[in-house]
Ligand binder design. Structure first.
Ligand code: GNR
Ligand code: NI
Length: 170
């Protein structure tokens, strides 16, 4: 297992739109190793999710674990949001690609997400709360989107200034 380097804003490849994972690739040992490395990288960071885009792999998959015990790893391959609730929730988001910056983002509170698991088996999950926020945040990465894209120009500007300041401080 190994830790993978995480791309940071404003790396241009964070804007790539990821392509589908081909079904035959899921069983490939290299792909399974990549999943293990992404879990290891996410847990070490620590983060509650990690999208392939963030580790410079432009295929549609991500790993998530929002549990306190860090003992419920979830892999989503070719995830699709099937339904999104009309009711919204605000959550203060952060991102391993924009370290040290946090801002409120409003998203649907509940979603139904369909995907394939790491064995290539299709599944559908109805999720809400933090897990729903995280799934949407990760799928955004696969579409080249970042949470700061949802902020007003003023707040986005402040967020980027904060990131630059934190970097200067080391
Ligand atoms: O670790 C993370 N925490 C987080 C908090 C609120 C909303 C989304 C997230 S995801 C983030 C890890 C990350 O950058 N995933 O892409
Ligand atoms: Ni992120």
């Amino acid at each position: 297992m190994s830790l993978l380097p995480i791309l940071e804003y404003p790396h241009p490849r964070l804007r790539n739109v990821a392509g589908a994972v081909e079904a035959e690739r899921i069983a490939d040992p290299a792909f399974q190793r990549l999943l293990d490395d992404m879990f290891e990288t996410m847990y070490e960071a620590p983060g509650i999710g990690l999208a392939a885009t963030q580790v410079d792999t432009h295929e549609r998959f991500m790993v998530i674990d929002v549990t306190e015990g860090r003992d419920q790893p979830l892999a989503f391959i070719n995830p699709v949001i099937r339904e999104a609730s009309a009711d919204l929730r605000v959550h203060q988001e952060g991102c391993l690609s924009i370290p040290g910056v946090f801002a409120d983002v409003t998203r649907p509170d509940g979603i139904v997400v369909a995907a394939f698991d790491r064995n290539g088996k299709p599944f559908e999950m109805r999720v809400d709360g933090l897990l729903a926020t995280c799934v949407q945040h990760e799928i955004d990465h696969l579409d080249g989107k970042l949470f700061i894209d949802y902020l007003s120009p003023l707040k986005r500007d402040r967020a980027i200034k904060k990131l630059e300041k934190l970097r200067k401080q080391g």
